[in-house]
Design a protein around this ligand. Structure first.
Ligand SMILES: C[S@@+](CC[C@H](N)C(=O)[O-])C[C@H]1O[C@@H](n2cnc3c(N)ncnc32)[C@H](O)[C@@H]1O
Length: 214
C-alpha cells in the first residue's frame, strides 16, 4: 500500500529479451516471499542484527506470478526454487504459473541450528525443482546429493554449494539466477533488484529511489 492507501503494484527490473535459442535451460530463483504484506525482518534470535531490521521488499504471490519467467525459459528447462516451509504451497503454485510442472525437492539445506517454530523447531529450508518439457541434455553428474549441511550466513543468504551442485548436474546449459544479490557469478546470468545495472552501475532500488526524489 502506498502512503495514501492506494495499492501500488510492484515494480520489477526488466528481464532479458531473448531469442528462442538464447533462453535459459536452468533457472534458479529465491523469491522475496510475502509475509502478509510485512517487510522481511530479522526476528529476535535470528542470528543477525536481532531487532526489526529491514532486509528487502517482499512481493505478493500474484505479482510474482505476473513476472514473465516463461519468456526466458527454454522449452526443455528446469526451475530450481527456494521456498520457506510456510510458503511451500505458494511455491508450487508459482512454479506452475511460470509454466513448469512440479517435480520434487532438489535440495534440503540443514542450517545446523534450530529456530523456534509454531510446531517443531525448524532447521531446514527446501529448494524445489520444477520441469518444463524434458530434463535438459546433455546431463552432467547424476550422483549429486540432496542434503546440504552448511551453517547459515547473513539473512536469507543461500549456500553457494547449491549453485555449485546445479552446475555439476547441468554444466553445459545456459543458467540464470533470479532475485540474486551477487552480480558476478561465474557461468550464470543474474537478475534482481540488488544487482547493479551494467551501464549505470546502480541497483534497481537505487534507480527507483532517485526517480522518486526527482
Ligand atoms: C530472498 S532474497 C535473495 C537472497 C539471495 N538468494 C542470496 O543468497 O543472497 C530476495 C531478493 O529479491 C529482491 N527483490 C525484492 N523485490 C524485488 C523486485 N520487485 N524485483 C526484483 N528483486 C526483488 C530483494 O532485494 C532480495 O535481494
Amino acid at each position: 500500500m502506498g502512503a495514501w492507501g492506494i495499492d501500488v503494484s510492484v515494480q520489477f527490473p526488466l528481464l532479458p529479451t531473448l531469442d528462442a535459442d538464447e533462453r535459459y535451460a536452468v533457472i534458479y530463483a529465491d523469491p522475496p516471499w510475502d509475509y502478509k504484506g510485512q517487510l522481511q525482518h530479522a526476528g529476535p534470535g535470528s542470528g543477525d542484527s536481532g531487532g526489526a531490521v529491514r532486509h528487502y521488499e517482499t512481493v505478493k504471490l500474484q505479482d510474482l506470478m505476473d513476472l514473465d519467467v516463461p519468456s526466458i525459459s527454454a522449452n526443455d528447462s528446469l526451475l530450481f526454487m527456494w521456498a520457506t516451509s510456510p510458503h511451500l504451497d505458494q511455491a508450487i503454485d508459482l512454479g506452475k504459473a511460470w509454466g513448469f510442472s512440479w517435480a520434487t525437492v532438489a535440495f534440503v539445506w540443514d542450517k545446523q541450528r534450530v529456530n523456534p517454530g509454531f510446531y517443531t523447531m525448524s532447521q531446514c529450508e527446501l529448494c524445489l525443482v520444477f520441469k518444463r518439457g524434458r530434463i535438459p541434455t546433455p546431463r552432467g553428474a547424476r550422483n549429486v546429493r540432496q542434503l546440504v549441511s552448511e551453517a547459515r550466513a547473513e539473512h536469507s543468504r543461500k549456500p553457494v554449494e547449491v549453485r555449485r551442485r546445479i552446475e555439476q548436474m547441468f554444466p553445459r546449459q545456459r543458467k540464470i539466477e533470479l532475485f540474486a544479490r551477487d552480480a558476478d557469478v561465474h557461468g550464470w546470468d543474474t537478475w534482481g533488484a540488488d544487482i547493479p545495472h551494467p551501464q549505470t552501475e546502480r541497483t534497481f532500488w537505487q534507480e527507483q529511489r532517485e526517480a522518486a526524489n526527482t
